[in-house]
Design a protein around this ligand. Structure first.
Ligand code: TXE
Length: 498
């Protein structure tokens, strides 16, 4: 019996999972072995599903949608399922956090906090299920009445990444289900366990068979087949900008499925001289180190007013040196392991590029050997110029680049000098500067004197090449609907044929 409390240890043998389709666990034929990025030992076995498995899951989701076993229920009944799911998640919180840690490498205390956020997503989703409504037009004259109905889009395909396997899932599933849609999820092959566990949890909460299905496997086979599937009405994809682009092509070449895309970011944090520099440095250290910087909204570019740049960087470097990097199963750990070997190599190669291109290394800059697993110390580069690769590319690791500015215009222009537009933050005690920057920086999520704050009531998504559409809150649930204009004649028709 595994212990999921603060005494949690590694499993003796990897846990084997089936995949979840049409309300039941199904046995995989070939399996994928996942090693814990924090320890290097095998922790889970998940199925490498076939395209036939995917087709069967899409067919189950289609049946569950068309016979109205889910969409036909009152919103209150869908809400009840989502609220019961929140209750079960509360009960199984430490267990889900445990598998998340073993597959992803994030610290256990962070993972538990994320499950709390997921519970809130289900509660907000339940509210959305009850509040979702259309519109009416009583302004078309006495002879005509207009209604705008919101209807579920249908069968949704959901492709999720490895950085927040359960959190990204839960920022979408409650809203997909609230709208009345059914869903087939393809999680990242390296972090599928918690997405699979949600199948039995939703079933226990009363979701009818076929409403939520999970097909595991590689992006190139299962993911690609889902994006091309002619019987999937909408695809929500979170991952790299390059795969996001291939989703657009696949949608165009198949059935013009509706798309929601949350892609990369190179997010600025603007620090003015009049800010509380201690607060801003704490925000910047958190913004780049949280989840080892493997976060689409990581603040990876700090843009600081030149008059305080040296002082700010000293405070920031001192704070970064105090961050506790280590074993993700220890509750005191703040920064855990890098999730994949490929990502680890990418981050280390960008640290080398930063040095080679002439930036000054102020903090970190090296891997940490803990005798197993892969760790990188939070890193700060100063004197970064816009042409450098560490200035432009999404590194997706704990590597922060510092730029200096003299005027508000210069700060805004540096912040917008990226193809991305996911998130941004500004630190100042001057309300005018805060508002000017908030209005002018192009990003879907914005923080003033804070960072990565918020809840599932607020929409999330990006401008520019960071994606299309919004997830969470009422904006999120509406993405999974389409509107139908209904025109009702009142009284006797005025005849065309006299
Ligand atoms: O992402 P992929 P990767 C960025 C980040 C990172 C880079 C590469 O910069 O370094 O992407 O990470 C599935 N058709 N982000 O390679 O490949 C895949 O199985 C359909 C930012 O891991 O985009 C997984 O489930 N699906 C990001 C999901 O896509 C395909 C989070 C994401 O993997 C597919 C992750 C295909 N052809 C990475 N190929 C964020 N916005 O948070 C792969 N997949």
């Amino acid at each position: 019996m595994l212990d999921f409390t603060d005494r949690a240890t590694l499993p003796d043998a990897p846990r084997e999972f089936g995949f979840w389709s049409d309300g039941y666990w199904r046995k995989g034929v070939a399996m994928f072995e996942r090693r814990s990025p924090g320890h290097g030992v095998p922790v889970t076995l998940t199925p490498r599903c076939t395209v036939d498995d995917l087709n069967a899951a899409v067919a189950a989701a289609r049946r569950a949608f068309e016979d109205r076993r889910w969409a036909g229920l009152p919103g209150a009944d869908r809400a009840a399922v989502l609220l019961r799911t929140a209750d079960i998640l509360r009960r199984r919180r430490d267990e889900i956090a445990y598998w998340e840690v073993l597959e992803n490498g994030k610290p256990i205390s962070q993972a538990r906090g994320e499950i709390d956020h997921c519970i809130a997503c289900f509660e907000v989703g339940a509210g959305a299920a009850r509040l979702l409504h259309g519109d009416s037009f009583n302004s078309l004259g006495d002879g005509l009445f207009g209604m705008v109905l919101r209807e579920p889009v249908g069968v949704v395909g959901l492709i999720t990444p490895w950085n927040f396997p359960f959190l990204i899932l839960c920022e979408r599933i409650p809203f997909i289900l609230a709208s009345g849609c059914t869903v087939v999820v393809k999680p990242s092959e390296v972090t599928s366990a918690t997405t699979l566990l949600l199948g039995e949890i939703l079933s226990e909460a009363g979701a009818p068979d076929g409403v939520y299905n999970v097909v595991t496997g590689s992006g190139r086979t299962i993911g690609q087949a889902l994006t091309e599937h002619p019987d999937v009405d909408m695809l929500s994809f979170t991952g790299s900008t390059s795969v996001g682009r291939s989703c657009v092509h696949a949608a165009a070449d198949s059935n013009f499925k509706k798309l929601g895309l949350e892609l990369g970011g190179k997010n600025p944090i603007i620090v003015f001289a009049d800010s509380d520099l201690e607060d801003a440095a704490d925000g910047a250290a958190f913004g780049i180190s949280f989840n080892t910087g493997q976060c689409c909204v990581s603040s990876s570019r700090v843009i600081v007013e030149r008059s305080v740049a040296r002082e700010f960087e000293e405070i920031l470097a001192a704070k970064m040196a105090k961050i506790i990097v280590g074993d993700p199963l220890q509750t005191k750990t703040q920064v855990g392991a890098i999730t994949t070997d490929a990502q680890n190599s990418t981050i280390l190669s960008y640290i080398d590029k930063g040095k080679a291109e002439g930036a000054t290394l102020v903090a970190g800059g090296q891997a940490l050997d803990l005798g197993g697993g892969q760790y990188i110390v939070p890193t700060l580069f100063s004197g970064v110029t816009p042409g450098m690769s560490i200035a432009r590319d999404e590194i997706f690791g704990p590597v922060l680049s510092s730029f200096h500015f003299d005027t508000v215009e210069e700060a805004i222009s540096l912040a917008n000098d990226t193809v991305y537009g996911l998130a941004a933050s500004v630190w100042t005690k001057n309300i005018d500067k805060a508002l000017v920057v908030t209005r002018r920086v192009r990003a879907g999520r914005f923080w003033v004197n804070t960072i990565m704050a918020g809840g599932p009531e607020m929409p999330l998504g990006g401008f520019k090449q960071s994606g299309w559409g919004r997830e969470a809150g009422m904006y999120g649930v509406e993405e999974y609907t389409q509107v139908k204009s209904v025109h009702i004649e009142v009284g006797k028709r005025a005849h065309w044929i006299k």
